[in-house]
Design a protein around this ligand. Structure first.
Ligand code: ADP
Ligand code: MG
Length: 406
């Protein structure tokens, strides 16, 4: 049995027309000789009645707070509604389809509500369903705990993770991630109208892009697929465009971080917003002051990024939701500090930049020419990022996209 996992995001299942487009994709897979496993997200985006954010807002608007366990029960409802509606749509079109919760599909997680990790997947039942010719419609983003079957959710982008994890557990030939754009693009098309589709990209590069803000696919999903070398394709529900194939550079199990688009220095430009940059003054004569700073932040459970430590200063960035806590820690521990609120991080990502001189020069020059102040840079062998003021994010992404000839 050749298995394909087909994941459909919120907009792909939002309307009756969209769900008929989903049916076409499922039918096409069957015609190509695959047994499809369908994974669905909740229907629509915030504001639509059964979208995850709308469900959370039901509680917020009524001024009700629930504990994390109940919040996960609430958040699982969106996918359950979606899977039932999708199963019914397929049944009406003459297919034999069956809605399954994450737990019914065998997905067992730990009990970290809101950000659960998949511990194992028992594929027995799913395989039995597939062998009897039924199409399982699995709720994305959710699982259950092992002992008492509590509902858990996998965090933002969790349906991508469900699809990749099912693909790995079922040893699928292919995992398709269907969304509202034609594939992974050289930048978010909402910011750069000239952004183009990448035909192919390596797991390593797309993982970097996803970590640096390209929200078209979740990095965890890429990591899971990479570990088992399962090809992923990101494509549109609403067109016949071939999409983006994510594999190893050489189509083998080696060289996972390599660059497929060899002629290019960079594969994409990404951005993250809602950051605050902190500059902390350290005591040059006290070796331990930097150490103390990061220990204090760690003790407070604050996750810090964009780190830069020297004898005299420490630079780092935190997300908006950790801002108040960070300020409190720094004030209580008597550090002198400044901060820049409303910052963004813009990044150029590409396996082709390794060891190439002039990449940083091009990066800095393009932001300079656009009159954008660089507050800090950070880099790895396949990424250069700058912290800038959030108001310049679109201009910066557009400038870098042009400068790196994407
Ligand atoms: P879904 O609900 O299908 O999971 P998402 O909203 O999570 O959809 O992801 C699709 C969106 O990701 C696109 O509409 C696009 O605006 C955004 N996006 C951000 N960066 C990129 C990129 N580099 N390539 C393609 N899309 C991107
Ligand atoms: Mg998504």
């Amino acid at each position: 049995m050749k298995i394909i996992v087909q994941k459909f995001g919120g907009t792909s299942v939002a309307t009756p027309e969209a769900r008929l487009a989903v049916k076409e994709k499922v039918q096409k897979a069957i015609r190509s000789g695959f047994a499809p496993v369908v994974v669905v997200s909740a229907m629509g985006r915030n504001g639509d009645p059964y979208a995850t954010d709308s469900l959370i807002n039901l509680l917020k608007e009524a001024n009700l707070s629930v504990n994390v366990r109940e919040l996960d029960v609430m958040m699982c409802c969106g996918e359950m509604i979606s899977s039932c509606v999708m199963a019914a749509t397929l049944q009406k079109c003459g297919f034999n389809a069956m809605a399954l919760t994450g737990g019914q599909a065998g997905i067992i997680t730990d009990s970290t509500f809101g950000a659960a990790r998949i511990k194992k997947i028992d594929t027995t039942y799913l395989l039995r369903i597939l062998e009897s010719g039924v199409i399982p419609i699995v709720c994305g983003f959710q699982g259950t705990t092992e002992n008492n079957g509590k509902f858990t959710t996998l965090g933002r982008g969790g349906s991508d993770t469900t699809a990749a994890a099912l693909g790995a557990a079922l040893k699928a030939d292919l995992v398709e991630i269907y969304t509202d754009v034609d594939g992974i693009m050289t930048a978010d098309p909402r910011l750069v109208k000239e952004a183009s589709i990448l035909k192919q990209i390596s797991y390593g590069e797309v993982c970097q892009m996803a970590h640096q803000g390209a929200k078209v696919i979740h990095p965890r999903a890429v990591e899971i697929a990479m570990a088992q070398n399962i090809p992923l394709v990101v494509k549109s529900t609403f067109s016949d465009a071939p999409g983006t194939l994510i594999t190893n550079a050489n189509g083998d199990s080696e060289a996972t971080g390599e660059n497929i688009n060899e002629h290019k220095i960079a594969s994409g430009v990404t951005h993250l917003t809602n950051l605050t940059q902190f500059k902390v003054v350290l005591d040059k004569n006290d070796f331990a002051s930097g150490r103390k700073l990061f220990e204090d932040l760690a003790d407070a459970g604050i996750s810090v990024g964009c780190l830069n430590l020297s004898e005299e200063t420490a630079l780092f960035a935190v997300y908006e939701n950790d801002f108040a806590k960070t300020q409190q820690v720094l004030t209580e521990t008597d550090f002198d500090y400044h901060f820049n609120e409303k910052c963004a991080k813009v990044s150029v990502v590409g396996g082709g930049m390794r060891g190439v001189p002039g990449v940083m020069a091009n990066f800095v020059a393009s932001l300079n020419d656009a009159n954008i102040a660089i507050l800090q840079t950070v880099d790895s062998d396949t990424t250069i990022s700058a912290i800038i003021s959030e108001e310049h994010v679109t201009d910066a992404v557009v400038a870098l996209h042009k400068a790196f000839k994407l």
